[in-house]
Design a protein around this ligand. Structure first.
Ligand code: 5AD
Ligand code: SF4
Length: 464
């Protein structure tokens, strides 16, 4: 079989990263090998994100640029997948004559058939069918992808969302919530661990409700099984909906040694009035109670969050409630976004839209406040020894003589470090190891340090 080159451009969340790998896997048996060179590609696929207007514009501007490439190379096949594909469907083909196919978030399994039809008949195809029950996309056989040498991987454990937050497009573009069978998840992670992966991040829009609808096991029970997988050193998960955060999961942070002490618990707003308009189904007080419980059960836990500023109707007092909540929780870090109208999401119809300049102003205030908190919290770590899972050379090392390594703490803080002397720098051998690093500097987005003289932590178990 002739080898053909596939270029994939992934925009958006970790689930899209996982989906892009699935795209590469299903097309591999047809002779497609991944390339990082757009100019060398025989097929280009863009995996799109629809969460905010900006992400959608990014996809269309990339697609626009491909028109020139297609003129130079008429045989080039161009496909659009992901959330914008699901949302826009056939309109994309109408708008852009150089696109060959559009496939939705549940169509990855049918890609071989779609691509065959294009190659054979030159058809232009749209496949955005969505079902309430998604067929499992399992990969029993090993996949010879260079990516498998990576030490940290994403594993999607559920798809879709049933929560219908008023601002959010996800339920409309990813469909109903569906949990994968635990057996198939465990098999996949065992395979990853055997090929050298040390850390997995379990993905779902709301992992806290894993398995409930289907009567599978609970999320904590799934974590217990993942915790037992040999060779795996760390487990992470994202995202948790505060309304579904159970006591069982809170105690999981204490009970499972490989589970990293970090929870991403998006609050979105600190105002009860706005939380209600957002259809989040919890109050500020309930959220604070849960974060208190988390810190009682696990005092070292890092808590991070998402905030939306400028949701329709957000008045000055509501915004101040959000700032006040950030001050009282003191997140380790947070992602803040300007509210963006999405065509399918109900908030598009809400009155009292906030001006772009006011949203920008509120966003800056949130970011400034959080930056100070992050630095203050990280400063406490100076002179402490932190356990880090090394994932490679630091960005700085890639273009300088200094050998500086990079990794993350269990609390998900990036640590860049050097070794005291040459003997402590075994080069590539450090990658995938849990080691102790003494912190001596705090930057806004990372910590810097030196590898402690103590040896590598050899335990196959987690370090928490
Ligand atoms: N506008 C702005 N931010 C949004 N998010 C989701 N939908 C929107 C929107 N329409 C944010 C939420 C969510 C994160 C993934 O993206 O904060 O948690
Ligand atoms: Fe969107 Fe809300 Fe579902 Fe998260 S829980 S994906 S914000 S609808």
């Amino acid at each position: 079989m002739n080898s053909k080159r596939l270029f994939i451009n992934t925009i958006g969340c970790q689930m899209n990263v996982y989906d892009s790998e699935s795209i590469a896997r299903v097309l591999h048996p047809m002779g497609f090998e991944k390339t990082s060179s757009l100019a060398a590609a025989d097929m280009v696929i863009i995996n799109t994100c629809a969460i905010r207007g900006k992400a959608e514009q990014k996809a269309f501007s990339f697609l626009g640029r491909l028109a020139g490439l297609k003129r130079e190379k008429p045989g080039l096949i161009i496909g659009v997948g992901g959330c914008v594909a699901q949302q826009e469907g056939r309109r994309i083909l109408g708008r852009m004559p150089h696109i060959n196919f559009v496939f939705g978030t549940q169509a990855i399994i049918r890609l071989p058939d779609i691509v065959n039809r294009i190659v054979k008949d030159g058809e232009r195809i749209v496949d955005i069918d969505m079902l309430d029950q998604v067929p499992e996309l399992d990969f029993p056989e090993a996949f010879e992808d260079t990516n498998l040498s990576e030490i940290s991987k994403f594993v999607t454990i559920m798809r879709g969302c049933d929560n219908y937050c008023a601002y959010c497009v996800v339920p409309y573009v990813r469909g109903r919530e569906n949990s994968r069978h635990p057996e198939s998840i465990i098999k996949e992670i065992e395979g990853l661990a055997e090929s050298g992966v040390k850390e997995v991040t379990l993905l779902g829009q709301n992992v806290n409700s894993y398995g409930l609808k289907e009567g599978l096991c609970s999320f904590s029970e799934l974590l217990a099984q993942v915790n037992d997988i040999k060779g795996l050193k760390r487990i992470r998960f994202t995202t948790s909906h505060p309304k579904d955060l159970s006591e069982e999961l809170i105690y999981a942070f204490r009970n499972f040694d490989k589970l990293c002490k970090h929870i991403h618990l998006p609050v979105q707003s600190g105002s009860n009035r706005i939380l209600k308009l957002m259809n989040r189904k919890y109050t500020r007080e309930q959220y604070l109670e849960k974060t208190d419980k988390l810190r009682i059960a696990c005092p070292e836990i890092a808590i991070t969050s998402d905030i939306i500023v400028g949701f329709p109707g957000e008045r000055q007092q509501d915004f101040e409630d959000t700032l006040d909540l950030i001050k009282s929780i003191r997140y380790d870090s947070l992602y803040a976004f300007k509210y963006s109208d999405r065509p399918n999401a109900p908030a598009v119809r809400l009155p009292e839209k906030i001006s772009e300049s006011e949203k920008k102003n509120r966003l800056e205030q949130v970011l400034r406040l959080q930056k100070d908190i992050t630095i203050e919290k990280n400063q406490v770590l100076i002179d402490s020894a932190q356990v880090v899972l090394v994932d490679g050379l630091s960005k700085k090392s890639r273009d300088s003589e200094i050998r500086q390594w990079s990794g993350r703490t269990a609390t998900n803080k990036i640590v860049n470090f050097t070794c005291y002397n040459h003997d402590l720098d075994p080069g590539e051998g450090l990658i995938g190891e849990l080691i102790r690093v003494r912190i001596d500097e705090v930057l806004p987005n990372s910590l810097c340090g030196r590898r402690s003289r103590t040896s590598t932590l050899h335990s196959a178990k987690g370090e928490n």
